[in-house]
Design a protein around this ligand. Structure first.
Ligand SMILES: [Zn+2]
Length: 390
């Protein structure tokens, strides 16, 4: 599981490294932040539009389903009504059949022995008898006709019933498809709604940045950290405890220490900085004058406590990053001087013992001035010994 995860992270890292590499190493302008605000505002608006369109569509589908269900119910009721008529007509046929049977029996009797009997005895009422017999014959014929008509009616009703059943099945099939579509649309809505908080988060982040940079006097064309919001300049000079370099940079700890890992970084792999061991809780010092731009453990995937500082080195941005701290002595936005304690040596995050991991970069910090650009930042990491004294 762990191996798979690492592989996945590695693959994503390669993809991101390849697509996120900037064409030129340039500080970000306020305009770019304002563009981001516009971009995320647009994205949020689009997403909300899409959501409301989908919701409308969902409502339409639901209405259609309800309409079809009504039609199915109607067809069902009509079919039941037809069944009642079929039953009624069947009963009528049965009645007529019985009637005919009785009439025929009567006819047979009168036409049979009894008729001859009457004749034999010289019945005077023979006319009446013939008349009655003809009536019976007519009635039987009439019943036959009625029965045939009723039979035809039943057949017609049965056909209608079949048609209704077919219609019902078709409607049910349509509703099944609509239900599937409705699920799909609902799924899309849920997915889109899931993206909204993230977009809102990004938007609010960039809005806050724009607000902040404007409040410190940045204008749209200004490069952040270079033309405005400029961190304390690094200036040459000597510092206490003899650790100062000629260029105004100092070593991050005072007193004796052990170097347990050196810098060996090729832009994508190796060790990104120096591992300096002194003792747990040893004060860690800012390597130069600068401005603290990050304090926290939220950036490192292993939760290492970190302080990140941006330095203005002759108008160029240089970054120093101090990891695995046990605690902090500064807060974000604060200006610090070279040699000032910014935190304490610890073993937080992915670490096997108290040490300081000092990492330095030029132009770009982990996410300053270009937030979320960790993978492009890797390219700008430099050997801390380019700046700090050995
Ligand atoms: Zn390290």
């Amino acid at each position: 599981m762990r191996k798979k995860l690492l592989l996945l992270v590695f693959v994503i890292a390669i993809i991101l490294t390849n697509i996120a590499l900037p064409l030129e190493a340039k500080a970000i302008t306020l305009q770019e932040y304002e563009n981001k605000v516009a971009e995320y505002s647009k994205e949020l608006e689009d997403k909300n539009n899409d959501i409301s369109i989908s919701k409308k569509k969902l409502e339409e589908i639901r209405q259609k389903i309800a309409e079809y269900e009504k039609q199915i119910k109607q067809a069902q009721e009509e079919s039941e009504q037809l069944q009642k008529e079929i039953d009624k007509n069947n009963a009528e046929i049965e009645k007529k059949h019985e009637e005919s049977k009785r009439l025929i029996e009567y006819y047979q009797i009168t036409n049979g022995e009894n008729a001859y009997l009457e004749y034999a005895f010289g019945a005077t009422d023979i006319t009446d008898m013939i008349y009655r017999m003809s009536i019976v014959e007519q009635l039987t014929e009439y019943n036959d006709k009625v029965m045939k008509e009723l039979q035809a009616l039943i057949e017609a009703n049965k056909q209608k019933q079949q048609e209704l059943q077919k219609k019902q099945e078709e409607l049910k099939e349509l509703n099944k498809k609509l239900a599937e579509e409705s699920n799909k649309v609902q799924g899309n809505i849920t997915a889109m709604e899931g993206l909204v908080p993230n977009i809102k988060g990004q938007l609010s982040y960039y809005q806050q940045r724009v607000e902040y940079y404007k409040s410190v006097g940045c204008t749209s064309d200004d490069e952040i950290g270079v033309d405005c919001d400029v961190p304390k300049a690094v200036s040459g000079g000597s510092y206490a405890n003899g650790l100062a370099g000629a260029n105004g940079f100092v070593f991050p700890v005072s007193g004796s220490y052990r170097l347990t890992s050196n810098y060996y970084w090729n832009g994508s792999s190796g060790h990104k900085g120096l591992d300096i061991v002194q003792y747990c809780g040893a004060p860690i010092k800012a390597v130069a004058n600068g401005r603290v731009y990050y304090v926290g453990s939220g950036k490192d995937i292993y939760g290492a406590k970190m302080v990140m500082i941006v330095h203005n080195y002759n108008g160029r941005l240089v970054f120093s990053q101090y990891a695995h701290l046990s605690g902090y002595a500064v807060s974000e936005g604060e200006d610090v001087a070279a040699g000032e304690t910014i935190g304490y040596m610890g073993t937080s995050g992915y670490s096997t013992g108290c040490h300081l991991h000092l990492e330095m970069s030029e132009t770009k910090g982990w996410d300053y001035p270009d937030p979320g650009n960790y993978w492009s930042y890797l390219k700008y990491i430099v050997n801390p010994y380019n700046y700090i004294p050995r």
